[in-house]
Design a protein around this ligand. Structure first.
Ligand code: NAP
Length: 286
């Protein structure tokens, strides 16, 4: 019976952030450039406020310039579009992030499409999604990018392996599947309409869970020595966070498993920082 190696996203994130400080110092010394991220928050959704605060703090921790721009929940689409236009042209800003969800009067797709594809550090613009699908991504959305880094950190070569992604959202499941496919895995994408989900997960060398349901992936659903990556973040009634995977039982069977908290979560913001640095580096190499 295997006892899984823990994929420690918190430790990896800290290592990567040290490396970012060096890249930022190089940009500053050689180009006189400080990477800059603009984070736009519309309304007062408490979860969004926490996410935005954490993003700003993360920028500060490595020396990325950040600007937090807040709007009332009742602003018009036009006001937001004008702000994005301004940021697209601002040379101090290399990444623009609009915190989702947006209020109902604002068309999310229209807003994401307005962000310059060269500053789209979330990788949500349709053109960046298309580039990823073609296997030549410019920006990779942060959570799946973080998962790929975690696999690489464990020297897990996905080529030829069967990866099952549970979840098909635009921000996690779909880009995750594309990245694994581009890396040579055989990929199955499962979702709420999938029949006999067990059959697929039981035949997976790698299971990526991005469902949003606590303890959804149980030990009987995975094969011995599988790699299990838990993207889910769920809050239990007792206030504790847990993932989509039954960690206690699956960790006895898997070869590798990521915990929640301390797994994919810390990697997501770290990849946002990396995308902002990449964007700043690209702005001088173009
Ligand atoms: P989402 O948009 O709600 O997507 C959930 C996906 O799970 C959907 O594709 C849905 O299928 C599928 N699903 C639901 N019930 C299912 C079932 N019974 N069997 C199989 N598939 C099922 O969520 P998301 O934004 O992708 O996020 C997923 C989870 O990851 C959430 O817990 C979220 O909080 C977390 N998350 C974590 C991070 C991080 O940094 N760690 C970042 C983003 C998200 P349908 O498409 O058919 O509805």
């Amino acid at each position: 019976m295997a006892t899984a190696k823990i994929m420690d996203g918190k430790k990896l994130a800290a290592q990567l952030r040290e490396n970012f400080k060096q890249r930022i110092a190089n940009l500053q010394q050689n180009q006189g450039l400080i990477p800059g991220l603009a984070v736009i928050l519309v309304g007062e959704n408490p979860a969004s406020q926490v996410y935005v605060k954490n993003k700003v703090l993360a920028c500060e921790s490595v020396g990325i310039h950040s600007e937090k721009i807040t709007f009332d929940a009742n602003i018009s689409e036009e006001v937001l579009l004008n702000k994005i236009k301004e940021l697209n042209a601002d040379p101090k800003i290399h990444g623009i992030l609009v915190q989702l969800p947006l209020p109902p009067q604002i068309n999310e797709n229209k807003i994401l499409a307005a962000i310059s594809i060269n500053k789209d550090v979330d990788g949500f613009h349709a053109e960046n999604v298309g580039l990823l699908a073609q296997g030549k991504p410019q920006f990779i959305s942060c959570t799946p990018f973080g998962v790929m880094k975690m696999l690489a950190a464990e020297n897990i070569n996905v080529q030829g392996l069967h990866a099952v992604v549970v979840g098909r959202s635009n921000i996690v499941g779909k880009p995750m599947a594309m990245l694994l496919l581009n890396a040579g895995a055989t990929v199955t994408v499962c979702h709420s309409k999938t029949q006999n989900l067990h059959f697929y997960t039981q035949h997976a060398d790698i299971v990526i869970a991005a469902v949003g349901k606590a303890n959804f992936i149980t030990a009987d659903m995975i094969k011995e020595n599988a790699v299990v990556v838990d993207v889910g973040i769920n809050r239990l009634e007792n206030g504790k966070l847990c993932g989509d995977v039954d960690f206690a039982e699956c960790s006895k069977k898997a070869a590798y498993i990521s915990p929640v908290p301390g797994g994919v979560g810390p990697m997501t913001i770290t990849m946002l920082l990396e995308n902002t640095i990449i964007s700043a580096e690209n702005s001088v190499s173009k």
